[in-house]
Design a protein around this ligand. Structure first.
Ligand SMILES: *[C@@H]1O[C@H](CO)[C@@H](O)[C@H](O)[C@H]1NC(C)=O
Ligand SMILES: *[C@@H]1O[C@H](CO)[C@@H](O)[C@H](O)[C@H]1NC(C)=O
Ligand SMILES: *[C@@H]1O[C@H](CO)[C@@H](O)[C@H](O)[C@H]1NC(C)=O
Ligand SMILES: *[C@@H]1O[C@H](CO)[C@@H](O)[C@H](O)[C@H]1NC(C)=O
Ligand SMILES: *[C@@H]1O[C@H](CO)[C@@H](O)[C@H](O)[C@H]1NC(C)=O
Length: 453
């Protein structure tokens, strides 16, 4: 009994400072560069910062990334064209005239492909520009955050790593991606091998890249030179023009569900990146006047996501996109967007509150449970948590949730009582006070139990 208590007490004392092991790629987010550069986020976010740095270090091992890395080439014949294969499409070779095994390349081009919503076809990742872009944007994002909270002074390993990754993906002549998604989420089979509008989703994490570049630009790291900034702006302007004129992009911009929400994430972040703040504001205004209006019902349900095969995942996913659109709007001085209501009178907070009432296991989605937690943190930080509802939920959901990367940029998350049962404060002094109370409490209990038994 005593050793059990001693162990729990040691865990209690030492567990708060350990970073989480596996790199987490959040569905999406935009982090205000001014907040990061203020470095005014309190010592209680130290564990979250350690996590972010550990993730940056891990991702650094697998970079750099380039669209030139893939073994296949798009139908254009240009390897600089981004390409991915539609993930939920499966071959039906029953009518191809041979029921025995066909070579993969034959399947890819001759068997008609049919959709099975929500079911990943693993061989779609044999062409993995989408995974490469996701890893690259996370690496750049976590590098930039680390560079900011380590003191944003000059050139460091983290700014150099991020700038190298950005140059190789977007800017260097030998390795750059062309600024279009004409071959994103190609449906394989005997069709035209052209992309589909759902593929525009592949670059949704441009918000993370925009966050990172703004941090470097505003924080003035010498690694992000004026020349690189100008080249990146030129690239982004070409891609913006693709997003605003290409048929695939316009179709995605009309999508009513999360695809539409994420389209606006990308476009608004890109406009901020090219210093077109009015344009970015216009983009988010359009989203909140259009798709958003039908995305949340009066009770907080998101009907278009609830209808999908993985409703828990899709509710959390679209929440991340809605929150990101609102953060981007707020960055363009439109913070009142957080209280914007849908046609049925609901807010983003209502959608989160409703999603929190539904267990991931109700639809056998336990493995997606933690996708909701960053949204819980964001809503708690933005709308306030005076009754401790969101913190209580997180305490019950995930041990050590304050070590999650997102905890850093969702501050202050007003906490009346933390897991040790003491007062919340942002200051390191109060944190020490909390820890000491927890330490003394555990010691007292241990001594009592020891003296009894
Ligand atoms: C991907 O391409 C980059 C740039 O050419 C290269 O440095 C990197 O080693 C490649 N990665 C892999 C896994 O081939
Ligand atoms: C059917 O597939 C097998 C294995 O790939 C091949 O050996 C055979 O020639 C094919 N038959 C026809 C009629 O295509
Ligand atoms: C990333 O890896 C490169 C070489 O592989 C190394 O020079 C650099 O210091 C690393 N950066 C970080 C932030 O670990
Ligand atoms: C605002 O967006 C609309 C399309 O939604 C576009 O027609 C208009 O030109 C945009 N205005 C500005 C200033 O970007
Ligand atoms: C926060 O931690 C740093 C070192 O990690 C320390 O220098 C600083 O004094 C602490 N701030 C407060 C308010 O305790």
């Amino acid at each position: 009994m005593f050793s059990f208590l001693l162990t729990s007490f040691l865990v209690l004392v030492f567990s708060t400072g350990n970073p989480l092991a596996a790199v987490t790629s959040y569905a999406n987010d935009f982090v205000n560069p001014d907040y990061m550069l203020s470095r005014n986020y309190g010592n209680h976010t130290l564990a979250a910062r350690k996590t972010i740095t550990a993730w940056a270090d891990q991702l650094n091992q697998s970079g750099p990334w380039s669209v030139l890395n893939k073994s296949a080439t798009a139908k254009s014949g240009d390897k600089h064209d981004y390409m991915s294969w539609a993930p939920y499409w499966w071959p039906d070779c029953s009518k191809v005239g041979n029921t025995t095994v066909l070579a993969p390349e034959v399947v890819w081009t001759t068997c008609p492909y049919v959709a099975r919503d929500g079911q990943f076809n693993p061989d779609a990742r044999l062409v993995n520009d989408v995974g490469a872009f996701s890893d690259m944007s996370d690496a750049v994002f976590y590098d930039a955050l680390t560079w900011a909270f380590q003191g944003n002074q000059g050139s460091t390993d983290y700014s150099r790593a991020a700038v190298r990754f950005l140059k190789i993906w977007f800017l260097d002549d030998e390795t750059r991606m062309n600024p279009n998604l004409n071959y994103a989420q190609v449906i394989r089979g005997p069709g035209n091998q052209y992309g589909t509008h759902t593929g525009v989703l592949d670059l949704k994490c441009f918000t993370k890249i925009a966050s990172a570049i703004l941090i470097f630009r505003k924080g003035k790291t010498p690694d992000w030179t004026a020349d690189l900034d100008n080249k990146m702006i030129a690239w982004a302007n070409e891609y913006i023009s693709w997003l605003e004129t290409a048929r695939l992009a316009l179709e995605e911009g009309d999508a009513e569900n999360n695809h539409g929400s994420f389209y606006y994430n990308q476009l608004a972040a890109l406009k901020i990146l090219v210093n077109d703040i009015d344009g970015a504001r216009n983009v988010t205004d359009t989203y909140f006047a259009k798709q958003y209006q039908e995305q949340i019902e009066a009770n907080g349900e998101q009907p278009l996501e609830a209808a999908r095969t993985r409703p828990y995942h899709y509710r959390a996913y679209n929440l991340a996109a809605m929150i990101t659109n609102a953060r981007l709007a707020a960055y363009t001085s439109n913070a009142q967007i957080w209280s914007r209501r849908t046609r049925q009178g609901a807010t983003i907070q209502n959608a989160l509150d409703y999603a929190m009432t539904i267990s991931a296991s109700a639809s056998k989605e336990q493995s997606y449970a933690d996708e909701l937690y960053p949204n819980v943190g964001a809503v708690g930080a933005i709308y306030g948590d005076s009754k401790g509802k969101y913190v209580t939920f997180l305490d019950g959901a995930e041990a050590g949730w304050k070590s999650e990367g997102w905890y850093l940029w969702n501050q202050p998350l007003a906490v009346p009582m933390d897991s040790i049962g003491t007062g919340y404060s942002q200051s390191g002094g109060a944190r020490l006070y909390e820890r000491t109370l927890g330490w003394l409490g555990a010691l007292v209990v241990s001594v009592i139990v020891w003296s009894l038994g």
